[in-house]
Design a protein around this ligand. Sequence first.
Ligand code: HEM
Length: 147
Amino acid sequence: MCVIVGMTPSEIYLIRKSFASLSRHEHVAALVFYRRLFELDPGLRALFKGDIEAQARKLLDMLAALLSLLEKPHGLEVELREMGARHAGYGVRTADYETVGRALLDMLDETLDEEFPPATRAAWTSLYGVVQATMLEGAAGRTPAAI
Ligand code: HEM
């Protein structure tokens, strides 16, 4: 059991396995993610500056940040809080975390298809939940987080 994330070894295994599959479809994954995100909330477009290549890198940064929690959980809480505070500075609101989480899960589902069974979905949901909660704690320290 990973103490910080509260995830079991089998959940961690499922996330790593699906992340490895996803890295074979990086470009498609980015297109699917942003299409879904902006479909859920067109207003979020304004937050992302740059072309699709730059956006694709941001998605990879986001996934890497999620995965790094599994690789080196110790001391990462502080980093995640700082990242949450930076996100408040980008104009990200509390409600946007739900939207991004949904777009992320839908993207994984569409891109990985049968390589994204319910147990893998559940594992990603827990991981995203922990990261979201920690980032929001950091964001709350910087600006009023709720909208
Ligand atoms: C689990 C949740 C999230 C993770 C792990 C994550 C991760 C990251 C990382 C690592 C970066 C690179 C810059 C930095 O570290 O500050 C970044 C940038 C960014 N994120 Fe997130 N993010 C998350 C949620 C969100 C949400 C909910 C939004 C709202 C739409 C968002 C919007 C952005 C934007 C707009 C940038 C780029 C800022 C710029 O380059 O101008 N992120 N994110």
